[in-house]
Each structure stands twice: as C-alpha cells, then as structure tokens.
Ligand binder design. Structure first.
Ligand SMILES: Cc1cc2nc3c(=O)[nH]c(=O)nc-3n(C[C@H](O)[C@H](O)[C@H](O)COP(=O)(O)OP(=O)(O)OC[C@H]3O[C@@H](n4cnc5c(N)ncnc54)[C@H](O)[C@@H]3O)c2cc1C
Length: 493
C-alpha cells in the first residue's frame, strides 16, 4: 500500500480504534505492527483473559528455552512506548483479566471499535477419541501438562496433577512427535538434573512432583513413519545430547536405517536429520563426525531411555482397579503408495504397551467463542474461517472489520517467527481497510468501571515482583501460580 500518500491524509482522519483479543505473540505482534506502521492515528487495546500478558510465550515455551521468550522484550518496549502520554499519535492499552465473550462481549467490541482482531490462540485439545481418554488418572493432554509445568494459574494447583501418584511413573507414552512432545519428553526424562532446571522459571510445584517420578522409558508414538516426523532438528538434537547425563535415545531398525532414505529425494534439513540419527544411534566411540561426539555418556552407562516409535494407532487406554492408566492398546499401521494410512486391526497386529503416564500431544485445538453462532462467524474445524486474515461469515462473506491472526487464524501450527509474519500480514490488511472505511467509533471507549481488570502498569509491577523473587533463587523469575496471588499482588498497591 502507498503509505506515503496516506500519511499526509492522516492528520485529517479521526483516530481509529482497534481491539485485539489475546496478548500472545500474535496479538502483540499485530499491535506492534499497527503502532509502528499505521499512518492513521490509532487507539490499540489488547484484551487478555489472564491478568498478565504473553500467552504461550509465558505458558507454552519450555522453561529451559528462555531465549525464545526474547519476543517479550519487543512487546514490552512497544507497550511502554505507546502507553506514554507523550506519544501523541498512537495510544496503546492492555486490559488484563477480561475474557472476551464473558465480561465483555465480542459484539460490544464489534459495535464500538473500527477493527477487531481475534488473536486468542488455540484454547482446547485435539483428542484421540478412544475409550479411556477421559477420566483415567495419569492421562493428560500436552496443553494441560505444559500449562501445569509452566505455572498457568488454571493448572498449577490442579488436583489431577497434585493428587497423582508420581512415585510410580516409570514408563511414559507420548502420542505425537512434534516439538511439544519433545519438550515434554525432556522435562520428564531430565527433571532430576539440576544443571538443566534449577535456574529456570519452571513451576517449583510441578518440578517437585515430576522429580518424584522414577522415569526410565519415554516412548514417542506416531501414526506415520520417520519421514513424517513433526519435530525439528534443533529440538531432536537436544534430546540426543542428553546422552551426557546417561539418557539414551533409540529408533527401531524397522523404522530407521540410513540406507532407507535416498538423499537425492529429500531436502537438506531432512538429510541432516538422517545423518544426526544414524550417528547418534552408533556407540559414542564409533561415530565418524566430531559434531556428534561432544561429551561422552557417564562411565556408569545409560539409565534412562527415550524411543521414537512409528506406525501405530492407539485404540484403547486400559486402567487398573484404582482408575489409573495401566497400559495402552495399539495396532500397527501400514502406509500405502498413495500415502494413505491403514490401521491394521487384526489380532496379529494388536500390541499392548504397559505405561504409568500417557500424554496426548496431538496439537492444541481452536475453539469458537460462544457468540460465533449468533453472530454467524464462520469456523473451519479448528480455526476461524478467514481469507488472508479477514474473518468470514458462515456464508463465506467477509465479516465487516473483523480479523484473525496467529494460531486461531491457521490452527495450532507455527513458531513465534511465523506467527509474527502472519500478524504483520494481518496488520497490513487492517491498515488497508481502515484507510478506506468511515470512522465508526471516533475514540469511544468501553466502560470498564464495574469490571475487575489489570493494566499494563499492573503487569509491570507483577513482573518486577516475579523477577525479584526469582533473583533470590538465581532464576529469571518466580511466577505467581494462582489467580488469587496475581490479583492480590495487583490490588496491593
Ligand atoms: C508447548 C509449546 C511450546 C512452544 N515452543 C516454542 C518455541 O520453543 N519456539 C517458538 O518459536 N515457538 C514455540 N511455540 C509456538 C508459539 O508459542 C506460538 O507460535 C504462539 O504462541 C502463537 O501465538 P498466539 O498469539 O496465536 O496464541 P497464544 O500464545 O496462545 O495467545 C493467545 C492469548 O489469548 C488469550 N485468550 C484466549 N481466549 C481469550 C478470550 N476469550 N479473551 C481474551 N483473551 C483470550 C490467552 O490467554 C493467550 O494469552 C510453542 C508452542 C507450544 C504450545
């Protein structure tokens, strides 16, 4: 778009209002892009259901990957810059502790704002839909488990975790092999290693319980074959490198041998993955590349094991008399030439894996907001129906001034960098549309006088306190783990 042409018009146009639902990376990057680039003066408000910001950067990204959370610095600088009263052109506000669809209706935002952006992420779980998935002790979704160890206030003290007998967890099954499954494997299999976890902001309650678990084997189970693995090389390498702590990885020779993969048929990243696995599968001293023999395993040998398992479909979760998981029934799968997958359910292909804990890591599921059906907002399986970020009605028409960015736009896929790209694209569309639309609201603000909410300043205070608490324990922060703690620290001024 021709920003230069629009810029000289901006002084003649009223300030426009944009409300963004969700303060995760997509919401914040959308705000950042609008505030940095919009030639039209804007009033941007981010609405967040928790009293604190940052979504999965705070409650998803693994605690031992603090560098990934650097995006929070960009969001903070942006929020500070545009919250200042000296910033005459644009204004930014954060409203925390307010769920859109509950305390404030989406319809209210649509009626009162010039643009509304849905950036509320994927708040549900994809399911296996097999018997035993619900109500069996020791069966958790990756979202529940990750939220728990990251200290999310809805999960940090959840009795399903705190009352579970971690002391008997030796064998673990994880369904799925994306990076989230690898994060969970790392947490479970290395929780007792201080070098990895002591200086992180992992929930101390979760760490204390997970450490009680004498985890010996973690098996990552996938429906398809090695070629269709979902993890990336960096995360896989991190798992292999745990060998220096006596943690050994394996892949059955049925599923992986170097010779199975003709390098001319695959891209560089995949060929690198094949090399990585074939080298790490060799005994340490027999590896040919220096890159794969940095630190030898301890002289005492290996004590814990993880395994990539392929071509299986879970069929049933089996319980013991106390209602806890005892085993998982699966069958072998076959992939046909046309890439279709066939579960082989005849008795010779049925297997039973004993296990004490099962995590289903099938991806987070997008959930429509309660008002979608009344407002005729379209929803495609697990994301908001949209065309290039412009939300569509149930009839496939563009819904006026409603947009979507991030995971709720495309489903739960993509890292923070691709979420940023997506948010920037949606931000560009909003700016295009705002330049041609008439002003709807001309700086009307939404009445919050009777609604408990937090502001950016409140978050800054919480942040300071968490960092201070953390410093005493040589951690980047020590999170408040309940809503009560968060609110009492916000309201205790
Ligand atoms: C376990 C895990 C680990 C990951 N690790 C990495 C990594 O190492 N590196 C990397 O680059 N990427 C990683 N990612 C991906 C990254 O987290 C996502 O790309 C990114 O967070 C998606 O951003 P989002 O804003 O769309 O969603 P989210 O981050 O989920 O943000 C959505 C926000 O909306 C809020 N919200 C929900 N409903 C409402 C409502 N009704 N009203 C108001 N607010 C609402 C939520 O509380 C949340 O704050 C990881 C993801 C997961 C799940």
């Amino acid at each position: 778009m021709n920003f230069a042409r629009i810029r000289h018009l901006s002084s003649q146009i009223n300030r426009k209002t944009v409300s963004i639902v969700g303060s995760g990376p997509s919401g914040f990057y959308t705000a950042y892009h609008l505030l940095k680039k919009s030639p039209i003066p804007l009033n941007v408000t981010i609405w967040e259901k928790l009293p604190i910001p940052f979504g999965l950067s705070r409650y998803g990204v693994a605690p031992d990957h603090p560098e990934v959370k650097n995006c929070e610095e960009t969001f903070t600088t942006c929020a500070e810059e545009f919250s200042l009263p000296t910033n005459k052109k644009h204004k930014f506000s954060f409203v925390g502790g307010v769920t859109i669809g509950k305390e404030i209706l989406l319809k209210t935002l649509l009626d009162e704002q010039d643009a509304v952006v849905l950036s509320y992420g994927c708040t549900g779980d994809r399911k296996l839909n097999i018997p035993g998935e619900q109500g069996t002790k020791g069966v958790f979704s990756s979202r529940e488990f990750v939220n728990w160890y990251n200290g999310h206030p809805d999960f940090a003290q959840d009795e399903r975790f705190t009352d579970f007998n971690w002391g008997k967890v030796s064998k673990v099954g994880i369904i799925g092999n994306g990076n989230v499954a690898l994060d969970i494997t790392r947490v479970l299999i290395s929780s007792q290693i201080d070098e990895i976890w002591k200086a992180t902001d992992i929930s101390p309650l979760a760490l204390k319980l997970v450490r009680k678990a004498p985890v010996k084997d973690v098996r990552l189970i996938a429906r398809r074959d090695f070629v269709h693995s979902r993890f990336t090389n960096k995360e896989l390498r991190e798992l292999w490198e745990l060998e220096k702590f006596g943690i050994r990885g394996s892949i059955g020779s049925k599923f992986f041998q170097k010779e199975m993969f003709d390098p001319s048929k695959y891209d560089r990243a995949f060929n690198r993955r094949v090399e990585m696995c074939s080298e790490y599968l060799k005994p340490f001293d027999e590896r040919s590349k220096k890159n794969y023999k940095k630190t030898p395993p301890p002289s005492t040998g290996y004590e814990k094991f993880w395994e990539l398992d392929y071509l299986k479909t879970p069929l049933e979760i089996n319980r013991d008399g106390a209602g806890a998981i005892k085993s998982l029934t699966l069958c072998n799968n076959q992939i046909h030439e046309d890439n279709s997958l066939q579960p082989l359910k005849n008795s010779s292909n049925i297997l039973i894996y004993d296990m004490d804990l099962l995590i289903t890591s099938l991806g987070y599921a997008g959930i429509p907001l309660p008002e979608f059906s009344n407002l005729s907002i379209g929803f495609d399986r697990d994301h908001v129906a949209n065309k290039q970020g412009r939300v569509l009605t149930t009839d496939g028409e563009v819904f006026p001034h409603l947009y979507a960015s991030g995971w709720i736009r495309k489903g739960s896929q993509g890292v923070i960098a691709s979420t940023m790209q997506d948010a920037f694209e949606v931000g560009d569309r909003i700016m295009q549309d705002l330049t041609v639309s008439g002003a709807l609201s001309s700086e009307k603000s939404i009445d919050l006088s009777n609604i408990r909410h937090s502001t950016w300043e409140d978050w800054e205070r919480i942040n300071k306190k968490e960092v201070l608490r953390g410093r005493k324990e040589h951690k980047p922060r020590s999170k408040f783990l309940t809503l009560e703690e968060l609110w009492s620290n916000i309201e205790d001024v």
